[in-house]
Design a protein around this ligand. Structure first.
Ligand code: ZN
Ligand code: ZN
Length: 745
């Protein structure tokens, strides 16, 4: 018998091993095995197929050993892995590595996951009570300790006492314990305990739904009768979470499991508390900030007869071994962070979640106040159902959105700071009413660029093709691509004059300015720089919720699905910078970001105001935003995308090539594009130099494929594979990094 296995290496090929006689009865699909590979190495592999066909290769190796007594990966998961590998043109070994917690993939024979154990002390049942007295003799301390242990066990109705509890007893001493152990009156045993918190929290029933929520809940259920996937388009603060809670409760009552996906780890804290109040210990949380061993335990628990019924997590929780998955919720489905960028597999968790649900025959809800064009298009073509929730919860009104023309204000010399006079006035007013303010700026740091006002020289990263950003707090220049930092030069290195000036404004400068304008209020900043510490993000959120902070300045990090009760004013500084960059998704992202940011304003009974500062208020995106006209926005975007052959009408595949040698990367991509054009013709664009042409010493070139939606993935795969093999046969191109980004964002 033979087994085809997946190795945790960047290959798509399966490797065949002979199954030793002794293991033939025990082995199965989804089991982990240790296999030899190369001359000396061993790897933990997953069995994908078992068969009788002897491979042509004669010196076939045997499986070294079997790790598990039951499969650790189930059939639906393996289907999902194969789909990801196929669709995203990514090695199956990479999917395996991304899916399993690393401590379940031991790198060698010894270094395997160790369960956490605790030592307990027990009265030795083999030493009869009649013998104890003579064994004790005149050891008074031992007598006293034994008496206390007996007392403890009776009182707590336990058979054993943990070493920790034992050391808390008044008669405890190490010598007395050792004496009793030596005389075999007591024995110690090691017991495997879980790292998981199993305290059963007292739970409450879900809150009753409002009339509008109840309608949406019903509509989703009706939708599920005809379609497995439903898009819930609900206004910000519409109370989507409570609808999800009712849906989860419904599926749990049917004996099913639910998966609740969020785009960011930072959002899990707020949500977990809400879900735990209703579902208690049936809820598990899974993401990369949880340590390796704990993740392995969650995995094992999902395989056990008592798995978590609900899992909240970010994209990696898609890979957990669900047994009876019935419902998948993808909240804030429009968020770009659902797409994994690096490393491979570069999958989109929203689209993969829909496939996962398909393999389980489960239902999916995609929720957003600003659905992605792709998902909305799937509604228009009838693939997904649509449910809308247009009313805010508790009858709260949508904030008024006002556009401030900063070009005009500058011309009239009315812009005396980064904030327009109207915004300053509104902030002032809400601070007097004890309400809060959020200000957005999508550039972190102090100044995006430093430049010489004489010769226009700007400092660049030596490892990447980008300008450096000035960070005032640390007084360094920082590369936002590789995080290298540099000293700020005193003189311009080019013309040797003291003529370097910061240009533009980042969040750091905005924070400084706001503190100057409102000296009596507490101002805090939330961006990648201020939230580096493990819990600093949660801390800022908490402080803001408890109104210890009055004005919060931040990047788009702030716009993502956070609920605050006292925000009256939201300001969007330099809104144009969200729209003006060369990408076909720029307008979609800008619309989503501004609408989401605006949605943070005005909750409960306080109506809010949003101020958008723009030097180009004529941009049509602003009228869609101020009019809350999502449908109008989508239709204008769809027209443009159809015209210029972009998704959702065409599929994009980005081919990325990296090399340390600038000439070689140029040659490879040129040759690659040339070969591809022979079969794909005008669908091949480039090669192009991306906006940032070098990152961390690697030169980058890209080729873009625009493929009409009818074209088969298998066909494209075959062409790309063949071409790559052809290309690699040239020894000059051997060391190039080539990879694919399917449906790039
Ligand atoms: Zn750099
Ligand atoms: Zn200069």
């Amino acid at each position: 018998m033979y087994a085809d296995v997946i190795l945790p290496l960047p290959f798509s090929d399966l490797y065949t091993y002979a199954i030793p006689k002794a293991l033939q009865q025990e082995i199965g699909i989804g089991y982990r095995v240790i296999v030899p590979f190369g001359s000396r190495k061993h790897y933990t592999a997953i069995v994908l197929k078992i068969h009788q066909e002897a491979p042509a290769n004669l010196d076939i190796k045997e499986i070294h050993s079997l790790i598990d007594a039951h499969p650790v990966v189930n059939e639906q998961q393996l289907k999902l892995w194969e789909w990801i590998s196929f669709y995203y043109l990514t090695p199956l070994g990479d999917v395996y590595k991304a899916a399993l917690p690393s401590s379940l993939i031991p790198r060698d024979l010894l270094n395997t996951y160790t369960p956490k154990t605790e030592t307990f002390i027990q009265i030795n049942p083999e030493t009869g009570i009649e013998n104890v007295e003579s064994l004790l003799g005149k050891a008074k301390k031992q007598q006293a300790l034994l008496e206390e242990i007996r007392h403890f066990l009776i009182e707590n109705d336990e058979e054993r006492i943990s070493k920790k509890e034992l050391s808390g007893l008044s008669g405890f001493s190490v010598s007395a314990l050792n004496g009793l152990l030596k005389k075999k009156i007591l024995v110690d045993i090691r017991v495997e305990t879980s790292r998981l918190d199993n305290d059963s929290v007292s739970v409450r029933a879900p809150y009753p739904l409002s009339v509008h929520q109840q309608e949406a809940f019903q509509d989703i259920n009706n939708c599920f009768r005809h379609k497995p996937t439903c898009l819930l388009h609900g206004v910000t603060s519409g109370g989507k979470t409570e609808i999800y809670i009712h849906l989860i409760a419904q599926f749990l009552a049917e004996g099913k499991q639910a998966l609740y996906l969020l785009p960011e780890i930072a959002l899990t804290t707020q949500l977990t508390k809400r879900l735990q109040a209703v579902f208690g210990s049936r809820l598990g949380v899974y993401h990369s900030r949880i340590n390796h061993n704990e993740r392995a335990e969650i995995w094992q628990k999902m395989l056990s007869p008592q798995p978590y019924k609900i899992v909240v997590g970010v994209r990696s929780s898609l890979f957990l071994p669900f047994q009876k998955l019935g419902l998948v919720i993808v909240d804030e489905e429009h968020e770009g962070s659902y797409k994994q960028q690096d490393p491979s597999p570069r999958y989109h968790a929203r689209d993969t979640a829909v496939m996962l649900a398909h393999f389980f025959g489960a239902k999916t809800v995609l929720g957003s106040a600003t659905p992605s064009i792709e998902s909305y298009y799937n509604v228009l073509t009838g693939k997904y159902g649509l449910v809308t929730l247009t009313e805010r919860f508790n009858g709260a009104t949508m904030p008024a959105i006002r556009i401030e023309n900063t070009r005009e204000l500058r011309r009239r010399k009315k812009m005396k700071s980064l904030l327009s006079p109207l915004l300053i006035e509104l902030i002032d007013q809400s601070l007097k009413e004890n309400e809060q303010v959020i200000l957005f700026r999508n550039r972190r740091g102090y100044a995006p660029i430093i430049a010489c006002n004489q010769c226009e020289w700007t400092p660049k990263c030596t490892r990447c093709d980008v300008s450096l950003t000035y960070h005032k707090k640390i007084n360094r220049l920082v590369c936002h691509y590789c995080n290298s930092t540099y000293r700020v030069p005193e003189k311009c290195p080019s013309c040797h004059q003291e003529s370097l000036e910061p240009m533009g404004q980042g969040t750091e400068q905005l924070e400084e300015e706001v503190s100057r304008l409102f000296p009596d209020s507490t101002v805090a900043r939330m961006d990648q720089d201020s939230t580096r510490g493990k819990d600093s993000y949660e801390q800022i959120i908490q402080d803001f919720q408890q109104q210890k902070i009055q004005i919060l300045v931040g990047t788009q990090m702030l716009s993502k699905g956070l609920d605050f009760d006292h925000v009256k004013v939201v300001g969007i500084i330099s809104a144009d910078s969200l729209l003006n960059y060369p990408d076909f998704r720029a307008h979609e992202r800008g619309f989503q970001l501004i609408t989401q940011a605006a949605g943070r304003a005005g909750r409960k009974q306080t109506p809010g105001t949003v101020v958008i500062q723009s030097a180009d208020p004529g941009n049509p995106i602003y009228s869609f935003v101020t009019g809350y006209d999502y449908a109008g926005f989508v239709h204008s975007q769809l027209e443009e995308r159809k015209l210029f052959h972009y998704p959702p009408f065409y599929r994009l595949i980005r081919i990325i090539c990296k090399h340390k040698d600038a000439d070689k990367v140029e040659k490879i991509t040129f040759r690659f594009a040339e070969l591809l054009r022979k079969s794909l013709h005008e669908r091949v664009l480039g090669p192009n130099k991306p906006v940032v042409g070098r990152i961390q010493l690697f030169y980058i070139r890209e080729i873009l494929l625009k493929l009409e939606s009818g074209l088969s993935t298998q066909h494209i795969r075959d062409i790309l594979k063949k071409t790559e093999v052809n290309l690699r046969s040239d020894s000059d191109f051997k060391h190039a990094m080539i990879y694919y980004d399917v449906d790039p964002l």
